[in-house]
Structure formats: C-alpha cells, structure tokens
Write a protein that binds this ligand. Structure first.
Ligand code: ADP
Ligand code: GN1
Ligand code: MG
Length: 358
C-alpha cells in the first residue's frame, strides 16, 4: 500500500507526509503536507463504476463555478474545489490497478462539521448550498453524466431494497424484521417526488445530491459558508433532494450513528434556520416545491435509512463501516427521525408557509 501511495504522490510531485483524513463514507481521503496542504482521494470504483464520468462532471462544474466566483469578486481557490494536475499535465492519475486518484488544494481555515452544533451553522450551510444551486442554474445540464444511475430515484431504491431482503446475502434479515417492515410500510412515499418530476409538476435542476453538513466547509470565525465540496454526485435532480438530505443530517439532535435513540429527535430550531437560509437564496423555488419541503426531509431520511439497511443486508459492501452493526445503527437513527418528522409534519408545513409568506 505504501509503495502504491508513493507512486501516486510522485505523479503529482507531492511530498510524503500523508495521513488519512475526514469522515466521508465513500472515497479514501488523505491529507498531504508538502509544506502546502493537499487532499488526495482515491475514487471508490465500487460506488462510481465510471470514475472518468465523475471527473468529467467535476472538472466542468468547478471551471464553471470559478468563472462565476471571479465575476462576483470572490476567491475561487477558497470558494470552490481546485484540482492539482499530475506531472504529465493530466487532471487525475490512474495506477496500474486501474485505481483513480485526484488531488485538490486543501481549503484551509474552514471546518467540516460531523455533528451540527447550533442553528447558525444550519443557516450558513443552507445559504451555501442555496448559492451553489443558484450558480449552477444555467449550467448545461445535458453535458452532465449520471455518475450513479437513479441515485435519488426512491422507487428504484425500494426495488433494490427488496432485492437485498430476498437475497439476504449476509444472513441478517431474520434479525431486522421490524426495520424491514418500517421500510415496506412506507413504500408509497417513494413515488411522490419521482412522479412529480416525471409529470412535470416540479422542475429538474442541477443539484448537488449529497448535502450533508460535512460536505460544506464553514469559516470557524464568522461561521459563514466557505466552500461546497464532495461534487461526485452533481447531476440533474430536484431541489428537494438537496434540501431534504441536508435536514436529514442537520435537523437531527445527534450523530448519524448515535446508538442511543433517546438522544435522537428532529430539531425544529435547526429546521427553521436551514429553511430560512435556503428560501432566501432560492427565490425561484416554485409553490409545488415549497409544498413538498417538509415531506422531502422525511423522504430523504427514509431513503438514506433504507440504503443503510440494504447495505447491512448485503454485508456492508457500499458505505464504509467501523464495526459490524454500524449500518444497522445508522438505519435506526434514520427511522427514529422519520417517525419524528411524521409526528411533526403539520407543524413543519405551517413553519414553511410562514417563512415563505406565499
Ligand atoms: P466522501 O465522498 O468520502 O464523503 P469527501 O469528498 O466528502 O469524500 O471528502 C471527505 C472529507 O475530506 C470531507 O468531509 C472534508 O472534511 C475533507 N475534504 C475534502 N476535500 C477537501 C478540501 N479540498 N479541503 C479541505 N477539506 C476537504
Ligand atoms: C454518503 O460521500 P458522503 O459520505 O458525503 C453517500 C450519501 C449518503 C451519506 C450518508 C455517493 O455521503 O448519499 O446520504 O453517505 N454518498 C454516496 O451519510 O452514496
Ligand atoms: Mg463527503
């Protein structure tokens, strides 16, 4: 492994002071100090069968964003991701095993939070994700590859879930009958947003699709958003995916993998703060989208929970896990949140109507 990595670093002309970094569930991420700081990532080929599509999308999107940031008088090296080329002038390196490596400049003096500490962070994150979507509003969507097919197609996620239950590859289904029932009882929810898009009731936009709080860097001093990162899933999608997924994670009282469910509830203050920031930045939000905002939090939380559970059933082959029950613990926090959101749905709808004032 060390030899492989030295080979990679040589191709980017970087020094060898390297350590694992961050809490992402997908790629292998390292911080290299040379003395400048860089992020080196190996793209997860199991999750992204076409890493070249991922890179093509990100190169296009970051170049587009750089121009917009410069036009607005901002600092593109801080406000979006910046690639470092290989010594051969290429945007990424493929090693002899076919693994893809990329290097970004490290965005310094900016923090990626794994646990939300206060509502102000949610407001800042909402503004950052809202601005990100705004800047990409006129991006040529037809040039984007679908890096993970049907990523937020919840109907298809249900199909995959049922397949995992039927296959029961890890022999775990018998122990999680309650969790499986929780998912199956809500199958009708899976169709709501997919059908609304298919029937043209809500628009397709260029969206981030993975808006958990540690995918936006915040300024530790001002608390403001600095840079939206983890652009692997930027694809045409719904604004509801970005809003719902951000609150799935950020609206929770605790960690995504908190084992003590009595510590997990859906926090109305955080919800209000995020909703306010998001709507402020996205006045183009349609009435139909507005109406679905609270539902989208439930949907994205349910979808994420069923993905964790499916991975548990499949034997932990997708998300990184740190102990054998990790995916099960994660799915249980998601389902606790789903129940909480269901119970508070009328209140959430009333708050959105008040904030939007439409
Ligand atoms: P994953 O897809 O595995 O979630 P990410 O691209 O989100 O991978 O990176 C994992 C973590 O590494 C992020 O949550 C963040 O903390 C950190 N990170 C990634 N890129 C940068 C960067 N350019 N500058 C600073 N931190 C970064
Ligand atoms: C993954 O890559 P990361 O850790 O930011 C996942 C998201 C899930 C999230 C759950 C490409 O996000 O879809 O919502 O874990 N990303 C991918 O924490 O599957
Ligand atoms: Mg990430």
């Amino acid at each position: 492994m060390k030899n492989t990595f030295n080979d990679v670093l040589r191709h980017f002309d970087l020094g060898f002071d390297v350590a694992e970094y961050g809490n992402g569930h997908i790629n292998d991420t390292y911080l290299v100090q040379t003395p400048g700081k860089f992020i080196v990532q190996r793209i997860n080929r199991n999750v992204f069968p076409h890493p070249e599509y991922v890179m093509d999308n990100i190169m296009g999107v970051t170049e587009f964003l750089r121009k917009k940031i410069i036009e607005a008088g901002g600092n593109p090296d801080r406000e979006t991701l910046t690639f470092v080329k290989t010594v051969d002038g290429l945007p990424y390196y493929i090693d002899k095993n076919g693994e893809y490596y990329r290097v970004y400049k490290f965005v310094d003096n900016a923090v990626s939070y794994t646990i939300v500490e206060n509502s102000g962070q949610l407001y800042s994150a909402a503004k950052a994700f809202g601005k990100f979507q705004n800047m990409l509003a006129d991006y040529p969507a037809e040039t984007l590859h679908e890096t993970i097919v049907n990523f937020h197609n919840t109907k298809d996620r249900y199909r995959q879930f049922k397949e995992a239950v039927a296959k029961d590859a890890a022999g775990r289904a018998k122990d999680v009958a309650d969790e499986i029932k929780f998912v199956l009882d809500r199958e009708a929810d899976g169709a709501v947003v997919v059908d609304a898009i298919a029937e043209g009731r809500i628009p397709l936009r260029v969206t981030h699709n993975d808006t958990k709080l540690n995918n936006v860097l915040l300024d530790p001093v001002t608390g403001e958003g600095v840079c939206v990162i983890d652009l692997d899933t930027v694809m045409p999608g719904s604004l509801l995916y970005d809003y719902g997924d951000a609150l799935r994670f950020g609206g929770s009282s605790g960690a995504e993998d908190e084992p003590d469910l009595s510590k997990i509830w859906f926090d109305i203050d955080k919800f209000e703060a995020f909703t306010r920031g998001f709507i402020e930045e996205l006045p183009s939000i349609t009435d139909e989208e507005l109406k679905l905002l609270p539902f989208s939090i439930k949907l994205m939380t349910l979808e994420c929970g069923l993905r964790f559970l499916a991975d548990y059933l499949n034997g932990d082959v997708y998300f990184k896990t740190h102990y054998p029950e990790h995916n099960l613990v994660r799915c249980r926090t998601q389902f606790k949140l789903v129940s909480e959101i269901e119970a508070k749905m009328d209140e959430l709808n009333a708050i959105v109507a008040k904030i939007a004032n439409r």
